[in-house]
Design a protein around this ligand. Structure first.
Ligand SMILES: NC(=O)c1ccc[n+]([C@@H]2O[C@H](COP(=O)([O-])OP(=O)(O)OC[C@H]3O[C@@H](n4cnc5c(N)ncnc54)[C@H](O)[C@@H]3O)[C@@H](O)[C@H]2O)c1
Ligand SMILES: O=c1ccn([C@@H]2O[C@H](COP(=O)(O)OP(=O)(O)O[C@H]3O[C@H](CO)[C@@H](O)[C@H](O)[C@H]3O)[C@@H](O)[C@H]2O)c(=O)[nH]1
Length: 436
């Protein structure tokens, strides 16, 4: 099938590459000429494990094309995916201007039947708006479908190729048939395509992200309570997660959820809800708790040193989670601000995200060559992201490099008892009685 993907960022590039991999002829369109040039020349523009190989193969075999020209990009396409940004507007609601601008343009240039697919995360009613905007100028029949994307950064290829489910919101039989054919190769037995009306599809995406953010936040509050009551959140987590109704996943406490999705989507759902005259109280609490959680380690660090002014910290991990170079809403950035504002200095190390951090905060911190180099002259180590490479470090080396053997771990990487045996002052999340 000939398909077009408009917006070649994270989701667009994964969508385009994966659809090419299953034999479709894909043209990706982006207004960023620099990005399009790089991609056309075989240079991948995002860090995503496993994607590069697929990207190179499909580019070489001529199934993947890139252009800045929308008219050329959609010319023969039967399906057009919109994978455009939907950032928070000033009031927290999703900014639909990117989507509606492209929809308006499409209406002026479409000359035969096409299925326009909202792949971006968009509020209820967006498919209707897209339809209206296209219809203003369009003389040919078309359908608009809501097909939200559930992939996670870091495991995006697997999530796309082996989805738990594919949600397709449409009441058009023709669009349903085309979308079913396109997704056929990805849908394993038992992991179904869920056909529904477009509003339910749109809401499913926000409901899923908000529920997961709530699940994490609930555990973060349980972790706080564990410290106050002297319980161990690891035990509580296992005890809870063994109940199938609760499930083991997304129960890991830490220093708050970040990334390009949960923070903006929880906020957008709260806003949509307000517009529908309903105060979604849980979501307001989730946002409040998460804001505070990003700085969860700071009072522990401050209490240990009395005052952090003049102290130097090593920070391992900058990306909002491992296996990505994405630093959007990363808790590490909030901690860097808090520590430097209090008069401390910080050396950082991250396997992938340092160039992105440098482009945002420049020389506010020192960028280390590797995780051990980062520890030189540091008073303590702070851990913000659970990269695998941080999980089994050389503890003797850490001890010899740090001025004092103190580790503040926002991701619960190590066993508390082992760290005590090794002679570290070790604080993590929800596993030791509160000292403050
Ligand atoms: N990143 C994720 O993990 C993820 C997962 C699921 C859903 N989503 C949703 O998917 C959507 C896209 O997210 P993303 O992370 O891929 O965004 P992104 O910012 O990485 O990419 C968006 C791309 O759109 C391009 N663009 C902007 N205006 C354009 C125009 N007029 N024509 C063509 N291209 C244009 C930009 O240059 C950019 O390359 C958002 O709604 C997001 O919430 C993201
Ligand atoms: O037990 C957990 C699981 C996750 N997190 C944090 O939650 C955030 C989000 O993690 P994750 O969901 O793995 O990353 P994303 O790539 O942002 O993916 C989410 O957002 C995407 C964009 O909407 C959706 O497509 C995905 O289904 C959804 O998981 C990160 O800061 C994690 O550190 C925790 O603190 N504890």
């Amino acid at each position: 099938m000939k398909i077009s993907v408009v917006g070649t960022g994270y989701v667009g590039l994964v969508t385009g590459t994966c659809f090419a991999e299953t034999g479709n002829d894909v043209t990706c369109v982006d207004i960023d000429a620099n990005k399009v040039q790089k991609l056309s020349n075989g240079q991948i523009t995002i860090y995503e494990p496993g994607l590069e190989k697929l990207f190179e193969r499909n580019l070489k075999q001529g199934r993947l094309h890139f252009t800045t020209n929308l008219e050329e990009g959609i010319a023969d396409a039967q399906v057009i995916f919109l994978a455009l940004p939907t950032p928070p507007g000033e009031d927290g609601s999703a900014d639909l201007s990117y989507i509606l601008k492209v929809a308006d343009h499409l209406g002026k240039i479409m000359t035969d039947y096409k299925v326009i697919v909202d792949k971006s995360t968009v509020p209820v009613g967006t498919a209707e708006k897209v339809r209206e905007v296209i219809a203003k100028n369009c003389k040919t029949p078309f359908d608009v479908v809501s097909n939200p994307e559930f992939l996670r950064e870091g495991v995006a290829v697997d999530d796309f190729m082996k989805p738990d489910r594919v949600v397709i919101g449409t009441d058009s039989e023709e669009a349903r048939k085309i979308m079913g054919e396109l997704y056929g190769p990805y849908v394993r037995q038992g992991n179904p395509i869920l056909y529904m009306d477009e509003k339910s599809a749109e809401l499913t995406k926000y409901a899923a992200n908000s529920f997961l953010a709530t699940k994490i936040t609930f555990m973060n509050e349980i972790a706080i309570l564990c410290e106050k009551l002297g319980a161990d959140v690891d035990m509580v987590r296992r005890g809870m997660g063994s109940d199938d109704r609760i499930g083991k996943r997304f129960l890991f406490p830490g220093i708050g959820y970040g990334g390009s999705c949960f923070p903006k989507d929880v906020q957008a759902l709260a806003k949509s809800s307000q517009e529908a005259d309903y105060d979604f109280r849980i979501l307001n609490a989730v946002m409040d708790v998460n804001e505070a959680q990003k700085l969860f380690l700071i009072p522990k660090v401050t209490a240990y040193f009395n005052d952090v002014k003049g102290k130097h910290f090593a920070l391992w991990g900058l990306a909002f989670k491992p296996n990505t170079d994405d630093i959007r809403e990363a808790p590490a950035l909030y901690m860097i601000d808090a520590l430097t504002n209090a008069g401390a200095t910080v050396s950082v190390f991250d396997p992938e995200a340092m160039p992105n951090v440098k482009s945002v905060i420049g020389d506010k911190v020192k960028y280390a060559e590797n995780q051990y180099d980062c520890l030189e002259n540091a008073d303590a180590l702070v851990i913000a992201t659970e990269w695998s490479v941080f999980r089994t470090p050389d503890f003797e080396k850490i001890k010899s490099l740090l001025k004092q053997p103190a580790i503040f771990d926002g991701r619960n990487l190590f066993e508390v008892s082992r760290m005590q045996e090794l002679g570290f002052h070790y604080e993590s999340v929800g596993r030791t009685p509160a000292k403050i």
